[in-house]
Design a protein around this ligand. Structure first.
Ligand SMILES: NC(=O)c1ccc[n+]([C@@H]2O[C@H](COP(=O)([O-])OP(=O)(O)OC[C@H]3O[C@@H](n4cnc5c(N)ncnc54)[C@H](OP(=O)(O)O)[C@@H]3O)[C@@H](O)[C@H]2O)c1
Length: 229
């Protein structure tokens, strides 16, 4: 991936850390975005930290503008930013919770894609991978706001795949089951971690999807559920 410019959103999150490292290891120039991220978090001359809030249209547009001015374009976009809320039935869900889920899971995706797609179309090729959730297809009790926001995000990515196939751009979405992240280990300390999906496995799949080998996969919705199928 030498010469490719990649943007990883949520670059220092549980999954994003693995994705960023995998793309750096593959030789890409990686811009790692989160609200709070520092240059020292990845030890590579090919890494650039970019602090931005992408649940706002302005934040996403500014991030895309910085990419163009500093790197001249964008080849790969891996969007791992997301958030979770659970424990409330729909009849109990507060406006603020519903809004927060849609802001972080759906609006961030919309604002980012709207800002990045013109840049990618100019580049003449592109790879987009977004992270949904198993709950997008299999909603369960108590996670309605989260599931609905991820389901809408899946729809958005599939639309983007259709609208940009003429420009050599692919857009796919991965639906992980519960991943083995430090945050999940903390909040579900008694769970059987061995059943969880390894973030490194998801990062490896992403690495393939964004490589030349993945160019024929477009508009796919890919479940990664580990042993809990
Ligand atoms: N963990 C799981 O078991 C699981 C299961 C299924 C699906 N997923 C999905 O997989 C993705 C990655 O999950 P994860 O566990 O790695 O999440 P995570 O550890 O919470 O990481 C989220 C990352 O996004 C950044 N972020 C959050 N809101 C942002 C915003 N508005 N603007 C810019 N950056 C923002 C966070 O950093 P800052 O807070 O510094 O901004 C962090 O780097 C998410 O989309 C999640 O919904 C996770």
């Amino acid at each position: 991936m030498k010469g490719k410019v990649a943007l990883v959103t949520g670059a220092n999150g549980g999954l994003g850390t693995y994705v960023t490292q995998a793309l750096l290891d593959a030789g890409a120039t990686v811009v790692g975005l989160s609200r709070k991220i520092q240059q020292s978090e990845f030890n590579s001359p090919n890494f650039t930290a970019l602090s931005a809030e992408i649940s706002s249209a302005d934040g996403a547009k500014t991030a895309a503008d910085i990419l163009v001015s500093r790197f001249g374009g964008l080849d790969i976009l891996v969007h791992t930013v997301g958030g979770f809320a659970g424990g409330q039935s729909i009849s109990e869900t507060e406006d603020a919770t519903f809004q927060r889920m849609f802001d972080v899971n759906l609006y961030s995706t919309f604002y980012l894609l709207r800002a990045a797609l013109p840049v990618m179309r100019k580049t003449g090729n592109g790879r987009i991978v977004a992270i949904g959730s198993r709950a997008a297809l299999e909603p369960g009790a108590g996670v309605g706001a989260y599931s609905a926001s991820k389901a809408a995000m899946v729809s958005l990515i599939r639309t983007v795949a259709q609208e940009n196939k003429d420009a050599g751009i692919t857009a796919n979405v991965i639906l992980p089951g519960t991943m083995d992240t430090p945050a999940n280990r903390k909040f579900m300390a008694n769970a059987d971690f061995s059943k969880w999906v390894r973030p490194a496995a998801v990062a490896s799949l992403i690495g393939w999807l964004v490589s030349d080998a993945g160019k024929d996969v477009n508009g796919a919705v890919i479940p990664v559920y580990g042993s809990d199928v």
